[in-house]
Design a protein around this ligand. Structure first.
Ligand code: DQQ
Length: 460
């Protein structure tokens, strides 16, 4: 029985120990497979394995045996991030072997998705000139135009992010094809980690996790002559939010993506609780008519909804529009503010207000801000604001999908910007929620909220 008040229920966590990036996501043998960076021995980063869970429906998951463990040789220092494909019928993992100070790209195959055989003779060990051997990681595999491609995250001279491209006929032996894409600006950090090259309809999207910002950007553009040409860029997850995104094309044609939501409290608290790290819910990606990347939770998530705790339509000049409560909630809220009114949601609030996490939209600054200053009375938790730019079109309502899951808050704003965070209320009574408006000319609100069930029924 899980009695830990901070343990999420519908965001994936490891059974015990540490979790970071999602790895090797795919569909095979009638099930979805989700792997993840994992230290099974302790709730801190280190000795990185690949954990594994699988699901028939993207709703509930079951734990599977650990897939990859470090062994003497290429991955002695850890099995770092990577991706999955079925190559000529053979389940295949592409991952980074950490062999300090170098990083190399490794291959493992399996017959049953449970036991994996490493192939050191196929290791791709040399980054191109100008790329430090330790800034060469996170191979992302895709099939296009009859070729297998690998996109590898890199840094150009430790100064700028870069994605390197490799090509293969058999998915085993790789030929370097040069840089796929080099960051146009230091705004996008010093290194690209966990690149994803995705085809969405007729267009291409390159998502990158940006080090050291710990956020993610999406470039929309073209993949031509083995180069990615960006036509626009946008924040995918706000800085300090979700990281290390990994997507794959699902059999039904959707592009599904997960990312990692880091802990935001002192390490000794993670170790005392015995677990650390959560994944976002599975998300589905699409482009709108204007070529903007849209991200939202997969539709299947609605199957976890239980009791309806709010179902309201209100118009008000100021104050609280609706009150409800819960520690594990799926909230859909649409606000139409008038005359630059500020609107928002209070979450995980104590009845006396001593703890509260506040999500606020500032129309003048066009920013969505998650205020954590009072999110916990425990001083060992991080409490600075997190924010994302969100420009609304004229007359466009603010449409929030907010997933509250104990210590996880995952926000999708108008499907255009995501903001994921962690908060650790210390009081058992910090479960109140409300929607409110202040200033300006009031707001119209439509809001529905549900309690949420568990994605891991077998864990109890
Ligand atoms: N985490 C992995 C790396 C990756 C980073 C190591 C991103 O492969 O670049 O655990 O969080």
């Amino acid at each position: 029985m899980n009695c830990d008040p901070h343990r999420p229920r519908f965001h994936f966590t490891a059974p015990r120990g540490w979790l970071n990036d999602p790895n090797g996501v795919g569909f095979h043998g009638g099930r979805f497979h989700l792997h993840y960076q994992h230290n099974p021995a302790a709730a801190r980063w280190g000795d990185i394995h690949w954990g594994h869970a699988s699901s028939a429906d993207l709703v509930t998951w079951r734990d599977e045996p650990i897939a990859l463990a470090p062994s003497p040789g290429d991955d002695a220092g850890g099995c770092f991030s990577g991706s999955f494909a079925v190559v000529d019928g053979v389940p295949t993992m592409y991952y980074t072997g950490h062999r300090p100070p170098a990083q190399v790209q490794c291959i493992a195959t399996s017959d049953d998705m449970l036991r994996w055989t490493k192939h050191p003779e196929l290791t791709l060990s040399e980054p191109p000139a100008g790329v430090a051997p330790g800034d060469f990681r996170d191979p992302f595999v895709l099939r296009h135009d009859g070729w297998w491609y690998l996109v590898v995250g890199a840094s150009l001279g430790g100064e700028r992010g870069q994605c390197l491209l490799y090509r293969s006929t058999d998915g085993r032996r790789w030929e370097p094809r040069g840089p796929l894409f080099t960051s146009p600006s230091r705004r996008f950090g010093r290194m690209f980690e966990c690149p994803n090259l995705l085809r969405l309809g007729e267009r291409w999207v390159l998502t990158v996790s940006v080090w050291p910002n710990m956020g993610a950007y999406a470039f929309v553009g073209r993949f031509e002559d083995e180069r990615f040409i960006a036509e626009s860029d946008a924040v995918l997850d706000a800085d300090g939010s979700a990281f290390a995104h990994l997507a794959f094309p699902a059999p039904d044609g959707r592009c599904l993506q997960w990312a990692w939501i880091d802990e935001q409290r002192d390490a000794d608290l993670n170790e005392a609780d015995g677990w650390a790290g959560a994944l976002t819910v599975p998300r589905q990606l699409a482009l709108d008519a204007a070529g903007r990347l849209l991200t939202r939770p997969v539709d299947e998530l609605a199957a976890l909804r239980g009791e309806t705790v709010a179902d309201a339509r209100h118009a008000a000049a100021s104050g609280v529009l609706e009150r409800f409560s819960g520690r594990h909630l799926d909230i859909e809220a649409s606000f139409l503010p008038r005359d630059r009114a500020r609107v928002g949601l209070d979450l995980l609030a104590a009845p006396d207000g001593s703890e509260v996490t506040r999500l606020r939209y500032l129309p003048d600054a066009q920013r969505l801000v998650l205020e954590r200053a009072r999110s916990s009375i425990n001083p060992k938790t991080r409490r600075q604001n997190q924010q994302a730019e969100l420009m609304l079109d004229e007359g466009e309502p603010l449409r929030l999908r907010v997933l509250v899951d104990a210590s996880v808050i995952e926000v999708f704003a108008n499907e255009r910007v995501c903001l994921a965070s962690r908060v650790y209320p210390a009081l058992g009574t910090s479960v109140q929620a409300s929607a409110w408006v202040e200033g300006g000319g009031g707001a119209d609100l439509a809001l529905r909220a549900w309690t949420m069930g568990s994605i891991l029924p077998e864990r109890g």
